[in-house]
Design a protein around this ligand. Structure first.
Ligand code: NAP
Ligand code: ZN
Length: 350
């Protein structure tokens, strides 16, 4: 076992604080990683505060992990000590079902093991995430970082990047498409950058008028204040695809009405309370579709990292010391992040 140090929530209403725990040393397929930076996803907050139920305490959140390899098991071939690597939301899956065979481990029919708050199939231990000094992960779930020159800003690609890249690819977004991104937070700002790089016409929907200039800088062609019905009405029946990243329950009809015939809105935000159902007629009369999407597979995550390196895309981050995490959560709840907090794990001390 390896002595590890992290930051944990001990209950739904307790602030996160320092926490010592044990990790299993790498087996023959294991890669041990000294964590340098970890992004702060809204899912970390949902989990730390038990908003989705099922949180097992203490929980060490964090699934946007980047760092350097410090040890590898005897059978590991793809990674070497010293290499810059990443770990996202998953650390194991069954590797036997149809979804795993298709490279879609996130839809593993026997359930993937999350980077935190999961139960390892190999060891039976509760998984602990990236708000910590090190992690040990099977090489099948470790990603290569093609360009580590801005390592801290690469961390959010491991969840926010792949969660937006995967549906944009699945719905074949590209030149000639009018694409909406709803919400300019961690996911949304990556969605804007990636959809723009894919060649689409990008419209950003925000509830925060103060983010409009940033949205244009990040790659949005237009910005719509979603609370303004007149601005919304100008875009009726015009979108091929809308990606909704909002972390809170809200009416979907104002966005569904903006889709053209056969257009799709894909939900990736997972609010504590469900969205009210949209009007059925709003879907039926234009054969519109409402869909969902979960992160992305490991192969696709590597493809996304390579795509981002090729297009010079990283996240816009605010680097924080780990003892600022509770304050960062409060700011995230006020939509006051530009546009992803990333923890400098070097600030983690005994
Ligand atoms: P975030 O950084 O907090 O961004 C969410 C954005 O939603 C905010 O910046 C805000 O944008 C908008 N928003 C917040 N409250 C709102 C409200 N009441 N009404 C309308 N808009 C509101 O969160 P994130 O890390 O991007 O995560 C977004 C959601 O995706 C979370 O629920 C998270 O758990 C989920 N998630 C899902 C997956 C998946 O695989 N499906 C993966 C990762 C995360 P504006 O200020 O621009 O309005
Ligand atoms: Zn996440």
């Amino acid at each position: 076992m390896i002595e590890s140090l992290g930051y944990a929530a001990q209950s739904a209403d307790a602030p996160l604080g320092p926490f010592k725990f044990q990790r299993h040393a790498p087996d023959e397929h294991g890669v041990q990683i000294a964590i340098a930076y970890c992004g702060v996803c809204h899912s970390d907050l949902h989990t730390a505060r038990n908003e989705w139920k099922g949180t097992r305490y203490p929980v060490v959140p964090g699934h946007e992990i980047v760092g350097h390899v410090t040890a590898v098991g005897s059978a590991v071939t793809r990674f070497k000590v010293g290499q810059a690597v990443g770990v996202g939301c998953m650390v194991e899956s069954c590797q036997e079902c149809g979804s795993c065979a298709d490279g879609l481990e996130q839809y593993c029919e026997n359930g993937f093991v999350g980077t935190y708050n999961g139960t390892s199939r190999k060891t039976g231990a509760t998984t602990m995430g990236g708000y910590s000094n090190l992690i040990v992960v099977d090489e099948a779930f470790v990603l290569s970082i093609p360009d580590s020159s801005q390592l801290a800003a690469v961390a959010p690609l491991l969840c926010a990047g792949i969660t937006t890249y995967s549906p944009l690819r699945e719905w074949k977004v590209g030149p000639g498409h009018k694409v909406g991104i709803v919400g300019l937070g961690g996911l949304g700002h990556m969605g804007v950058k990636i959809a723009h790089a894919m060649g689409a016409q990008v419209v950003l929907f925000t509830t925060s008028p103060g983010k409009a200039d940033d949205a244009r800088r990040l790659g949005a062609d237009q910005v719509v204040i979603s609370k303004d019905p007149e601005q919304m009405a100008r875009h009726r029946n015009s979108f091929d695809f809308i990606l909704n990243t909002v972390a809170a329950s809200h009416p979907l009809d104002p966005f569904v009405e903006l889709l053209k015939r056969d257009g799709t809105m894909t939900l990736v935000g997972v609010p504590e309370v469900n969205h009210p159902s949209p009007q059925v007629g709003n879907l039926i009369f234009k054969r519109r579709r409402l869909a969902g999407s979960l992160i992305g597979g490991i192969k696709e995550t590597q493809e996304m990292l390579d795509f981002c390196a090729e297009h010079g895309i990283v996240s816009d981050i605010e680097l924080i010391a780990i003892d600022q995490i509770n304050h960062a959560y409060e700011r995230m709840l006020k939509s006051d992040v530009k546009y992803r907090f990333v923890i400098d794990i070097g600030t983690l001390r005994d």
